[in-house]
Ligand binder design. Structure first.
Ligand code: SAM
Length: 274
């Protein structure tokens, strides 16, 4: 193994979903940093691995980052894992990767499980273009605003969600994304794995009546119908784009992402900028 930072995917439930390469790296690294060392220990014990294990999580990230960079500078092979799935996908590690790159170290991806792709392929919705939206805001007003911004995106949407918030989120999605097909994928690769597919409003009604489901959840929502992009949705997208770029580029981005005619996007962008 060469020196560098190894970003190692681990299972999202079923412990068998680990690659031979991930086991080689976790067994061969000089140090393994994990989001929660107790969770990591279970996986490592299952495979008889006893690496030098330390924590890298939200609360010690700055200090741990300095430690990891110092180790990398001395030629160490450092592995990073999270509690489940691929590090940095709604999990810590992004700042560490940036810092390691800035310091000239190599990053080695060790790909494997992620709830995002597992849910996408079980949903039965278009996979050619998808947008990973992570966790929606917990508060309803902020969640609705976020959904308004996502409404125009011409792609399947993928959200991470929790059981207690699921029914409210689905109701907000039905109200703000419109009538769309969706799937709720729960406990993927685990004993009680279940994927429920229905229109958003039906899913919202089901979970409102059934109560919060147990376990981990991904919600996948189909793209908007073609030609369905409303003025409100276009404006919401353009407002965001105009914060980053000028009228021409924002209109171009809207036309590309939303599939609306460039002329329409340009005219709206001009008006919003005025
Ligand atoms: N890094 C992870 C990955 O690559 O999927 C995601 C970490 S994020 C903190 C945890 C969220 O991922 C959960 O709240 C849930 O939305 C989703 N998730 C993780 N495991 C899952 C599973 N087995 N089934 C369904 N969703 C899962």
């Amino acid at each position: 193994m060469e020196a560098g930072l190894y970003v190692v995917a681990t299972p999202i439930g079923n412990l068998r979903d680990i690659t031979f390469r991930a086991l080689d790296v976790l067994g061969g690294a000089d140090r393994v940093y994990a989001e929660d060392t107790r969770v990591a220990r279970k996986l490592l014990d299952a495979y008889g691995l006893k690496p030098r294990l330390s924590a890298y999580h939200e609360h010690n990230a700055e200090q741990a980052r300095a430690e990891i960079l110092a180790a990398l500078a001395q030629g160490a092979r450092v592995a990073l894992i999270s509690d489940a799935g691929t590090p940095m996908i709604s999990d810590p590690g992004y700042k560490l990767a940036r810092a390691a790159i800035a310091a000239g170290h190599r990053i080695y991806p060790i790909p494997g499980a992620s709830a995002l792709l597992a849910a996408l392929v079980t949903a039965g919705l278009p996979t050619d273009r998808f947008y990973f939206a992570g966790f929606l805001p917990a508060k309803s007003a902020a969640r609705r605003e976020a959904l308004d911004e996502l409404a125009a995106i011409d792609a399947t949407l993928v959200f991470y969600e929790s059981g207690p918030r699921l029914a409210d989120s689905l109701a907000d999605m039905a109200a703000h994304l419109g009538a769309r097909e969706a799937a709720v994928a729960r406990e993927l690769t685990k004993l009680f794995e279940e994927t429920r597919r229905a229109p958003l409003s039906a899913l919202a009604a089901h979970y409102a009546a059934a109560g919060p489901p147990k376990g981990e959840i991904v919600v996948v929502v189909s793209p908007p119908e073609k030609g369905e992009i409303s003025d409100e949705a276009l404006d919401a997208f353009l407002r965001q784009a105009l914060e980053r770029s000028g009228v021409k580029d924002a209109a171009h981005e809207a036309a590309q992402t939303l599939g609306v005619p460039r002329k329409r996007a340009y005219a709206r962008a001009l008006e919003l900028k005025a």
